[in-house]
Design a protein around this ligand. Structure first.
Ligand code: UT7
Length: 329
């Protein structure tokens, strides 16, 4: 038995932060940002709301779309790096807001690969027959950990959420076919937020040093993202005896449009196959893949049986690719 997606939707806040807005905040300009990243604008959630607000909005839409009562949920996996607070888990906050009375849940931290790792994990609970309905959410409020004085990072990130419902596949066997995920902690120094955890609990000093912001070596990430996303894509199609032409859509993490086009070029994918929506939202970390997949579905581009590959690379390093056969009409 496979796990298949039976519902998908997303939520992004209304407020936009454009490249022109950023020109007023740091030494940058629209042309530099657009040509180097493909981003025009990002969404920013209100200061008084946490990531759970967006996660709940996306999950409620999925419950409605699939006509699922919250009590039917067995499990909620919340992929995020920007929890409402250190604890309790954001999954419990989402569960309470959804009023889902019969489930358990937890947060999964894997940065940009958060949704990929969460859906890979969730699929196991379905495949073993242990659970029937698992809500997987990828969401981040990156604006909450952004230094809007650092042009190396603040131009890239935004806020957003996407959610899917996973259920057992029918006779046809459509759904998640395989995944290849990896971590390599030697890459941790290239994208991290050192402050706020048990190693550097908040003090005036950690705040003064900006340790509660994202620190990134963009060039190193860029280079490794292209290499590893290309490799896991190739590995997963080879392992499953497929060819590039068999893949309808490559739906990658949206960190930089140039990363995606470089990977697509190496793989020989067409412009239509490689999905890029970063122009509108920037990098929403765990949100990018479910938001992009949700948009492709809403645009009516997906047909039952289509093969898709989801790929991500980010902090950790953590990366991977997941192969699925689309299972919704
Ligand atoms: O999703 C999580 C994983 N993160 C990523 O995958 C990020 C991947 N990396 C990137 O997207 C890109 O590396 C960035 C967009 C972050 C940076 O673009 P880049 O083309 O790699 O630029 P760079 O860091 O090599 O900097 C080139 C130049 C530098 O000036 P000099 O030293 O050549 O004079 C930077 O100071 O561009 C300068 N620069 C900027 N100029 C205008 C850096 N940021 C900006 C900016 N506006 N915002």
């Amino acid at each position: 038995m496979r796990a298949r997606i039976t519902g998908i939707d997303h939520f992004v806040p209304e407020d936009k932060l454009t490249n022109y807005d950023l020109e007023q905040m740091v030494d940058t300009d629209d042309e530099w940002i657009y040509t180097r990243t493909g981003i025009r604008e990002r969404r920013v959630l209100d200061k008084d709301k946490g990531v759970s607000y967006m996660a709940v909005k996306a999950a409620k839409k999925v419950l409605e779309q699939t006509d699922t009562h919250p009590d039917e949920l067995d499990l909620i996996i919340m992929a995020t790096t920007t929890f409402d607070m250190m604890f309790p888990s954001t999954a419990t906050i989402v569960q309470n807001e959804l009023n889902a009375k019969n489930c358990w849940g937890y947060d999964l931290v894997a940065g940009c690969s958060g949704f990929l790792f969460a859906i890979s994990t969730a699929s196991q609970f379905i495949e073993t027959g242990k659970h029937k309905k698992v809500m997987v959410i990828g969401a981040d409020k990156m604006s909450s950990i952004m230094n809007y004085k650092d042009r190396n990072t603040c131009i890239i990130f935004g806020d957003g959420a996407g959610a899917v419902l996973l259920e057992p596949s029918g006779e046809d066997g459509y759904g998640i076919e395989d995944y290849l995920n990896h971590i390599d902690g030697s890459g941790g120094q290239y994208l991290y937020m050192p402050g706020g955890g048990s190693l550097h609990p908040p003090t005036h000093e950690t705040i003064d040093k900006g340790m509660h912001f994202v620190h990134q070596d963009g060039r190193t990430l860029f280079k490794n993202a292209v290499i590893e996303m290309t490799k896991t894509f190739r590995d997963i199609i080879e392992k499953n005896n497929l060819k590039t032409d068999d893949i309808k859509f490559f739906i990658p993490h949206q960190a930089n449009a140039r990363i995606i086009t470089a990977v697509a070029e190496k793989l020989g994918l067409t412009e239509d196959q490689a999905i890029i929506n970063i122009e509108k939202y920037g990098n929403t970390t765990a949100g990018t893949i479910p938001i992009a997949m949700s948009e492709v579905y809403q645009d009516g581009k997906l047909q039952k049986g289509d093969r898709i590959i989801l790929s991500a690379f980010g902090t950790g390093f953590a990366w991977g690719s997941l192969l699925l056969r689309w299972s919704m009409d």
